[in-house]
Write a protein that binds this ligand. Structure first.
Ligand SMILES: Nc1ncnc2c1ncn2[C@@H]1O[C@H](COP(=O)(O)OP(=O)(O)O)[C@@H](O)[C@H]1O
Ligand SMILES: [Mg+2]
Length: 337
């Protein structure tokens, strides 16, 4: 067994690797390799209808979409130094998303602008939670969303960061085949790794066994954890995943979150807020949790920061507009008092 394999099998492997990467000068705390697209969010109590039926909505906003980009903004908002690599087109939507990301302090130097591709877009029809059972219908034009390849994330770029985060695994089909190698390279260069698969639109939920061995922090929601393990409850799923990847933090919506690290179990409540829109709650949770974890916080406290960041992000439409800064979020973290 190589030295690296030894470290990745250790129950405290994330902390150990982090100890190593602390000794080196890194420009960024987190490198996010992922998909990048705006969301057009239409809010109204309407159902679309073919036959050229025009219906009126209450509001329309063009905002930062995609799990990876929303995560990057949440992490930057918490004060982490964040770099992004992804692919977009040389078009209006691409320029919009790049301006928004850099305006929020995310380094976009490494984003690949490919003039032969269209920037992806999601159109989200959101029914207001106050009026009917809140729900969303989503239409997505993938465009460049699935085009990033693992080899485009070079060692030279990895070396600039302490941690590598990947989201929307199932959407990023070009990234998938090279991801085990990318996580291995990240570990060799002393970065820690995290993964949020998000939902699998194909419904196949192919096993992630090889990949999970290389993930220091796994961040599914309850439905995803159950779908991936075939477990009957989220508790059983979390236990199994906690044994598999060392540390799992499972998001439970309004019920907060649950984390397992070997035998250690932690729970955190959601923070009660007036929910406007839950888009990006999971990504904002990921940003909060990883911020605490990278700071070396105890599991429970990092989980509480994640839950608070997720909850606070639901106060406004879109994934990023209500993401909290650390000064605001920490006020609601019970263990911080
Ligand atoms: N209805 C809600 N009320 C309060 N907090 C919420 C609500 N929905 C989500 N959150 C917060 O956001 C976090 C992540 O949300 P969740 O919906 O579980 O993730 P995902 O978006 O990945 O499905 C939760 O752990 C919780 O802290
Ligand atoms: Mg999610």
């Amino acid at each position: 067994m190589s030295i690296r394999a030894d470290i990745t099998k250790h129950p405290l492997r994330g902390m150990q690797v982090r100890h190593y990467n602390k000794l080196m000068i890194r420009t960024f705390d987190i490198l996010v390799a992922g998909e990048i697209n705006p969301d057009l969010i239409l809010t109204g109590d309407v159902t679309p209808e073919f036959g050229q039926v025009e219906k009126l909505v209450d509001s329309a906003i063009l905002t930062i979409g995609s799990s990876s980009a929303i995560f990057a903004c949440g992490a930057a908002r918490l004060g982490l130094r964040v770099a992004f690599i992804g692919v977009c087109g040389d078009d209006t939507f691409g320029r919009f998303i790049l301006d928004e990301l850099s305006g929020r302090g995310v380094d976009i130097t490494n984003v690949i602008v490919d003039p032969t591709l269209q920037t992806g877009l999601s159109v989200i029809l959101s029914r207001p939670i106050a009026r009917v059972q809140g729900d969303r219908a989503i239409l997505t034009n993938l465009g460049a969303i699935d085009r990033l390849r693992a080899e485009q994330v070079t060692d030279a770029l990895l070396q600039q960061a302490r941690h590598l985060h990947i989201a929307s695994y199932f959407l990023q089909t070009a990234l998938q085949p090279g991801l085990p190698d990318l996580f291995q390279r990240a570990h060799l260069l002393s970065l820690t790794t995290s993964l949020d698969t998000n939902w699998d639109p194909s419904g196949a939920w192919h096993a992630l066994d090889e990949l999970l061995d290389l993930v220091d922090v796994f961040l599914p929601n309850a439905n995803e954890a159950i779908a991936l393990t075939g477990a009957s409850t989220v508790e059983v799923a979390a236990e199994a995943l906690g044994r598999k990847c060392g540390l799992v933090a499972v998001k439970l919506g309004a019920r907060g979150a649950l984390a397992c690290r070997g035998e250690e179990v932690a729970r955190a409540n959601a923070f009660p807020v007036q929910v406007v829109d839950t888009v990006g709650a999971g990504d904002s949770f990921d940003a909060g949790f990883l911020s605490g974890w990278l700071n070396g916080w105890k599991l429970e406290k990092a989980l509480q920061l994640g839950a608070v960041c997720g909850s606070l992000s639901t106060r406004a439409a879109g994934g990023t507009s209500a993401q909290p800064g650390l000064d605001e979020a920490i006020k609601y973290v019970p263990s911080a008092g």
